[in-house]
Design a protein around this ligand. Structure first.
Ligand code: NAD
Length: 216
């Protein structure tokens, strides 16, 4: 996966900017100011200007940003114009929910193959997605040129599945299991933990009256 030379915090805000710009574009708006953008995406305008400055001259002061070119620029930066096929490993409770979830904020991400060991679902098509036997994982992922996977298997089999994903050439893993998985340096792992998120939220709620701090 390519290294980005922009700060991670900026990279995390790009989808937010992109979605709002797409919304403005779809509703026929041509210009947007950093203040308007700030109100809509709840990021202060100084941060927005700093974020945009990493990409060079994107707008003129006092004139606003051109919605279409900014949207296209961020779209390209985010690879929104390329369809990313994602593999889902483990179609249990969480896996099913993710199959149902169509990544609806993005037209360009879709789960195109799922893998499991459960004979009741292997060989079936669930929510439009074929469920393959876990034994076919390496072969199918290679054949379908998939380089991103979501891991929703029981923790005991997490690492062995990661090893297979690495063997298949996967470069990014969204890890829902509670295990800290080991991967080579060129494979990026994003750990997702709802308990952590909830604890963070509860912490902010109990420590700050002004909950705008919790959004950073
Ligand atoms: N990060 C979070 O916030 C969060 C929330 C809920 C669950 N989880 C974790 O997500 C994982 C899945 O949870 P769940 O409730 O969906 O579990 P589940 O038992 O309902 O589903 C697990 C699925 O993995 C399949 N599986 C088992 N061994 C496999 C293998 N070797 N290869 C491929 N598939 C295999 C099972 O057949 C099953 O369909 C667990 O590790 C759980 O701890 C994380």
């Amino acid at each position: 996966m390519k290294e980005m030379s922009i700060p991670k915090a900026t990279a995390r805000r790009l989808p937010l900017y992109y979605r709002y710009l797409k919304f403005l574009f779809d509703s026929g708006k041509q210009k947007v100011s950093s203040t308007e953008l700030s109100d809509a995406v709840k990021v202060d305008s100084a941060t927005i200007r700093r974020d945009f400055s990493y990409f060079g001259e994107l707008g003129k002061r006092g004139y606003g940003y051109d919605v279409e070119s900014l949207m296209n620029f961020f779209g390209k930066t985010l690879n929104e114009d390329i369809l990313t096929n994602v593999a889902l490993i483990g179609v249990g409770n969480l896996g099913h929910a993710l199959l149902n979830y169509r990544f609806h904020q993005s037209d360009s991400i879709r789960i195109s193959a799922a893998f499991d060991v459960n004979p009741d679902i292997v060989g079936r098509i669930l929510d439009g997605v074929p469920v393959y036997s876990a034994d076919e994982m390496v072969e199918q992922i290679k054949a379908q040129h998939i380089d991103v996977a979501i891991l929703t298997v029981p923790l005991e089999v997490a690492q062995q599945n990661v090893d297979k994903l690495v063997e298949a050439g996967v470069k990014g893993i969204m890890n829902f299991t509670p295990v800290r998985i080991n991967t080579p340096d060129d494979v990026m792992v994003q750990n997702v933990d709802l308990t952590n998120e909830m604890q963070t939220l509860i912490y902010f709620l109990s420590h700050y009256n002004d909950n705008s701090d919790a959004q950073e």
